[in-house]
Design a protein around this ligand. Structure first.
Ligand code: SF4
Length: 417
């Protein structure tokens, strides 16, 4: 455990110990809904299949767009050629589902342990199935936490694209957003007369990102994707993340400024939505103001969310833990945190639990694994995973985002009456 200073001298507690988070396979749950011409084939074990199935809930579609190719014991023991098996599974799948234009082979702990090189497999399968682009990335619990799966997937899309280049004069918004949020942002950018496209798109055409493209990150956990975009000659527009009124305004204004649109024009376009969001947040401030909150490191959304909860609804921050603190991507966020906050990066869960008990906050944001024991201790918890399953970006969702944190407190108050 070491203490290091960030650029504004806010100390950061760095920890490298046991951590309790979901693996990157979880991202398939929202990515398969978003990219409608894609299919996600996990190359993994029965445990992986169960995780995906239970995280996705009961499938109501006759033809789901994800599945698990189960590595049997003979594969794991090296007795069978897993590559041959995989070729057979993919051929069967694509014969039955010719509408699949993009197939992801998603690595897992077992496929990593037996050192299955899925990038080579993807290349081979792309060549033998010309109607389908095959890409690969890792969602394994050894390499990824639950939001890093999306990062790995988008980075693979950027690096694996071979189609015609995109238009460098379009703003690119990077990060999977629920369709309703994407539509709202699309309308705002249209009114600002900024041409925009989204990565991932609802139908991916395999277009190559044009050099000179400027992009806004919609999610703070897209480190590898940003690196891949940089390799293609694209540049990030520095901005806060679009959570709450302040974050959304800063994000839109940064995009607008990069495209030569004045802040007065932004003001004219967003004023009604901002006024509605502020009003809705007033009610939330009554419920959440002064309440203490503690974040376990889980989603990498922690810093922007803490900034929003502190500045827009008056919550008191105790510890804000994040699995990885990307200073550059958080360059607009960190200066907005109060001096009193304890920032931590990485995790040593036992030590962190000790600090939690000493802080005794009103609300704890954590993964499912920690939530149950903490509830049993009489603490109120919020599952961090809900934050990526729920539309939370932008003005229209600002109060809904605060509401997610208010709900466990209201429930506790009701039970106490
Ligand atoms: S990838 Fe690893 S951590 Fe994730 S479900 Fe499969 S075995 Fe478990």
């Amino acid at each position: 455990m070491t203490l290091a200073a960030d650029h504004r001298e806010l100390p950061v507690l760095k920890e490298r110990g046991q951590h309790e988070v979901f693996c990157g396979l979880t991202g398939i749950v929202w990515l398969h809904r978003k990219i409608q011409n894609a299919f996600f084939l996990v190359v993994g074990s029965r445990t992986c299949a169960h995780l995906i199935q239970s995280a996705a809930g009961v499938m109501i579609f006759a033809e789901p767009r994800f599945a698990t190719a189960i590595l049997e014991e003979k594969d794991l023991a090296g007795l069978a050629d897993a590559n041959e098996e995989l070729d057979r599974v993919v051929s069967r799948l694509l014969a039955r589902r010719p509408e699949i234009e993009l197939l992801f082979l998603v690595g897992s702990c077992p496929s990593e342990v037996i050192k299955l090189d899925l990038s080579k497999t993807a290349e081979r399968l792309s060549a033998s199935h010309p109607g389908t682009r095959v890409l690969s990335y890792s969602g394994s619990g050894i390499e990824t936490t639950f939001t890093q799966g999306e990062d790995a997937c988008l980075a693979a899309m950027v690096r694996g694209a071979t189609g015609a280049p995109t238009d460098a004069n379009e703003l690119c918004v990077v990060g999977a957003l629920p369709d309703v949020v994407e539509d709202q942002f699309q309308r705002v950018f249209e009114r600002l007369e900024i041409p925009v496209r989204f990565l991932p798109a609802r139908r991916d055409a395999g277009a190559t990102v044009a050099p000179g493209t400027r992009y806004l990150l919609a999610q703070p956990f897209l480190t590898e994707t940003a690196r891949a975009l940089g390799e293609r000659g694209a540049t990030r527009i520095p901005a806060p993340f679009p959570f709450g009124v302040e974050g959304t305004r800063g994000w839109l204004s940064a995009g607008a400024a990069a495209f030569g649109v004045s802040d007065e024009r932004v003001e004219a376009v967003v004023a009604p939505a901002e006024a509605r969001a502020r009003k809705a947040l007033e009610r939330m401030r009554e419920r959440l103001g002064g309440k203490k909150i503690f974040f376990f490191p889980d989603s990498q959304l922690e810093v922007p969310l803490a900034r929003f909860l502190h500045r827009e609804v008056g919550m008191e921050l105790t510890e804000v833990g994040t699995p990885y603190l990307h200073r550059e991507h958080l360059d607009h966020e960190l200066p907005m945190l109060p001096e009193s906050v304890r920032l931590s990066e990485g995790q040593d869960v036992e030590r962190q639990l000790d600090r939690l008990r000493a802080d005794d906050p009103d609300l704890v944001v954590c993964g499912l694994g920690l939530a149950n024991p903490l509830e049993a201790e009489g603490r109120r918890t919020k599952w961090s995973i809900e934050l990526v399953f729920t539309p939370v970006h932008g003005y229209e969702q600002a109060a809904d985002l605060a509401e997610l944190f208010a709900r466990p407190l209201v429930r506790a108050e009701r039970l106490a009456v």
